[in-house]
Structure formats: C-alpha cells, structure tokens
Design a protein around this ligand. Structure first.
Ligand code: PMP
Length: 408
C-alpha cells in the first residue's frame, strides 16, 4: 500500500456516521456503464431541453452576459434577487397561490430546497412522513439528517389519507418528534398519480389536528395533459411550505428553484442557507428573470406539454399492447412518470442487467423507499425524453424481458 493510499484509507475511517449509513446506488453505477448507443432510456427524469427555442434562450442569456453583467457576476442576497422572486410569485399566482415575493427564498433547484428544509427541521430520529414510494432525491436529501421516515401508500387518487390518519394516530397528536409531511401532489414522482381535491382538504385539516408542516413539492404541476387544474395545497392554506423549480418548465441546467413559506420559517431557512452557499447563482437568476419576462415562454411551455402528452400516450398504448396481464400501471394526467407493478415474485432490480442487454433501462422501484426493501417488484418508467417510436420499441423490449420472469 502506498502512503498516499494509507492516508486515504485513514480519511475514510473518519467519515461521519450519518454519511456511512448512506447507501451507494448500484443502479447509478450500472447506468454509467450503459453507454451503448442502441439503449433506449426510460430511467431518467430529464426534460427535453432541445424543445427550447434558441432565440429565447439567447435573449435571456444576453441579458445576463451583457446588459446586467455586473449584477449577474456579483454575490447576491441569501434570499435571492427580488426581481426573480417577483417572477416566481407571478408563476404561483397562475396556479392559484397568493404569495408575496418577500415570502420566497431562491434555491439551487428544488433539490437544495429539500436539503435546506430537512436541515432546518430534522433532528436525528424525528418523524418525516412521505408518500411511499417517493422521490428518491428527497429521501437522499433527508437521510443526511437521520429522520425516521414513515411511508404512506398511494392509489389512483394520490396519497391514501385513511392510511395517513391511521399512522398519525399511532404517532399521536402533538408529538414533538413529528416534523413534516413531504408530498408531491401533482403527477407524483415516481407514481404519476395526483392527489384529488377532497384529500387535499383533509390533509390540511390533519396537519392542524396533529401539528405537522406540509411540504408541497410541485415541479410538474404545469405539465398537465388532461383533466382540470387542481388547486395546490398552498392555495388552501398559507402555512404550507411550497417548493417550486424552473427545471421542468425551462431548464434544469440553470439551478434555480424556490421555497415559498411563512416568514418565520423563511428566516430560519435563510440562516441555514447562509452556511450552505451564501447565495444562489446571480447569473442563473438574471437569466431566468429575463426568460420569464421577455420571451414567449408560455408558447414554449405549450410545446413541452404537447410533446410530453404524445409521449405519454405512446407509452400507455405500448403498455396495453405489449405488457402481460400480470402487470399493472398508473395512468398519469401529467408529469414524466408511470409506475409499474409486477407480480410480487419478480425482482425488478436484479432484472435490470437483462433489460440493459435487451437495450432498455428503467428505474427499479426499491430505490423509492427509505428501507430499499419495499417496491422490489415495481419500476418507474419515464416517457419525457424518448420519441414515441423509441418508447414503443423500449416497451416492446421490456415486455419480452418481463415475460421470461413470469411463472406460468
Ligand atoms: N422534486 C421532485 C419531485 C423531482 O422529481 C425533482 C427532479 N427530478 C426535484 C425535486 C429536483 O429538481 P431540481 O433540483 O432540478 O429543481
């Protein structure tokens, strides 16, 4: 062993206990190895940024590079630029939320918001409630603060509020360990399901009865392909902590999201954020500001919606055509994802190398649960990135792989 290697070994022994508990993702390693050009990917949740008009992006970038360069290249306040916060307040108003720019803090994407919220509220062992399955990036962000995550299953109408109520009864009203409930009410990641209005109302009632914060994560709300708009939780109750992002309606490479919350919460989040990054990227904020004020972004959004709508339909059609009757899946009204459930004896994680061999990838379901034990017979398939023809071919290939696993 070289001395440099020994120094490295000693350094890793000193890693904090909470980091040692973090699980590396075998799936990510596998995807990294999958570079064959013929592989069709249903695994990532990447928006198709090739749909963005270059002229609009150039115009917004020019404002940041040239017209407002001094500001774009300078530190900003921890809360973020007021003009950008005004843009986000306007975006929320379209959705039915009344929120002042002063009640917004800008973050480096929704992902940093998740980290900041957990860092602000969670002591080791505190209870956090989520849908089960839920966004794996949220589980990753929360896990650094060692919460006791309780998962509530969903059905076609979103989180099962009856099961939530049963869990809350077990936890007990006013339990100081219970901190927040994290939900993705629109086109959930990974489930694709949407929380219906009656359940939204009941969820708010329960948050008051049992004393927990509702954290509403809504990256996909504007990507609706059918059905009517459902009012956000934040529109029903101003005490809700709302997380937004430009990632899915503009571009994820600009790390720009926000938290809208009551001022007491924001003051604490601001303190936490100071230690994290002082301020978000001023450059990204100026660019985002101009994109949403000086370009026909609504037209581009309609283009995103039209394209993803076609891709979702292509995936649902292919599932009907090729998948065996033993499989069931959700039918999302928007967003990027469909959640597939296979017979309980099929292990989607160990099937992945065979799917790769057949030229298709998906995300196995176990990663969307905190214990990695549930969801083994499930998978998330994303329709956002590939063309309808590729989606059809990918589902055909996947069906062949699944069929080999079925006990006849
Ligand atoms: N929340 C959910 C539910 C997501 O699906 C994602 C991205 N896939 C994020 C938050 C984070 O997105 P970003 O950091 O790009 O805003």
């Amino acid at each position: 062993m070289t001395s440099a290697h020994m120094r490295f070994e000693r350094a890793t022994e000193k890693v904090a206990g909470r980091v040692r508990k973090m699980r590396p993702s075998a799936v990510r390693d596998l995807f990294a190895a999958a570079t064959r050009p013929d592989i069709i990917s249903l695994s990532g949740g990447m928006p198709d940024v090739s749909l963005l008009p270059q002229s609009a992006v150039r115009k917004a970038a020019k404002a940041a590079w040239c017209d407002q360069m001094a500001q774009a290249l300078q530190y900003g306040g921890t809360d973020g630029r007021l003009d950008t916060r005004r843009v986000f307040a306007d975006l929320m108003r379209d959705e039915g939320i009344r929120c002042k720019p002063e009640n917004i803090i800008i973050t480096s994407g929704g992902q940093q918001a998740l980290d900041l919220i957990a860092k602000t509220f969670v002591d080791p062992g505190d209870i956090v409630i989520t849908e089960g399955p839920t966004y794996l990036g949220a589980l990753q962000a929360f896990s650094a603060y060692e919460p006791d995550v309780r998962c509530i299953p969903f059905d076609d109408h979103g989180m099962r509020i009856d099961l939530l109520e049963a869990e809350l009864q077990r936890i007990g009203p006013g339990n100081p360990r219970l901190k927040f409930l994290y939900t993705i009410p629109n086109f959930q990641n990974p489930g694709g399901v949407t929380l219906i209005p009656e359940r939204r109302k009941r969820l708010i009632e329960l948050s008051h009865q049992y004393g927990f914060i509702v954290v509403e994560d809504d990256p996909y709300g504007r990507l609706r392909y059918d059905g009517g708009h459902v009012l956000p939780l934040k529109a029903l109750d101003d005490s809700v902590v709302y997380l937004g992002t430009v990632s899915k309606v503009f571009a994820p490479g600009l790390r720009c999201g926000w938290i809208a919350a009551p001022s007491g919460v924001l003051a604490k989040v601001n303190l936490v954020k100071q230690g994290s990054d002082l301020c978000g990227s001023s450059f990204d904020q100026v660019l985002v500001e101009h994109y949403f004020t000086d370009t026909p972004w609504q037209r581009t959004l309609r283009r995103f919606v039209r394209t993803y709508h076609e891709r979702r339909d292509a995936m649902l059609r292919a599932l009907e055509a090729y998948f065996p009757p033993e499989a069931t899946w959700t039918r999302p009204e928007g967003g990027f994802f469909i959640w597939v459930t296979l017979p309980s004896y099929v292990d989607a994680a160990s099937m992945l190398p065979e799917a790769l061999e057949a030229g298709v990838t998906y995300t196995p379901g176990d990663g969307f649960f905190p214990d990695g034990r549930r969801g083994r017979n499930c998978m998330r398939i994303a329709f956002c990135f590939e063309s309808p023809d590729n989606i059809d071919e990918a589902i055909r290939r996947l069906a062949l792989v699944i069929e080999q696993k079925l006990e006849l």
